[in-house]
Write a new protein. Structure first.
Length: 121
């Protein structure tokens, strides 16, 4: 079990560090939260690709699955930040941007998970 925790933690560290870099490069300025949006969508594509690759590779290392899927993707994507930014837009009365952000994030996220899965076939 502790070995699994270490693999997840290492992946989370790398994913979280990369998320920070993207957020730093695409600073949130009160408008549309591009960094979180992009990170979440790229993360959806990556997890779809991983899911597809791992589903057709029966002997894949469970450590690799944990490192990439749970650790890296979990550390890289930012649902909690997505939720906080959504609440901030709601509180500020930015209903149009809020609606666009929520709908496009969820719909495109599902589409990209499916695309990643199909691309891996």
């Amino acid at each position: 079990m502790w070995q699994n925790v270490l693999f997840v933690g290492a992946g989370s560290f790398i994913g979280g560090a990369l998320r920070y870099i993207v957020s730093y490069l695409l600073k949130y300025s009160g408008g549309f939260p591009w960094a979180t949006f992009i990170v979440n969508l790229v993360g959806c594509l990556i997890i779809g690709l991983l899911w597809g690759v791992f589903s057709k590779t029966p002997n894949v290392s469970q450590n690799l699955v944990l490192f990439l899927s749970v650790g890296f993707c979990g550390g890289f994507t930012t649902f909690s930040t997505f939720s906080k930014e959504s609440l901030m837009m709601l509180q500020a009365g930015n209903y149009g941007i809020l609606s666009l952000y929520i709908i496009s994030s969820v719909v495109l996220g599902i589409v990209l998970v499916a695309a990643g899965y199909c691309l891996s076939k």
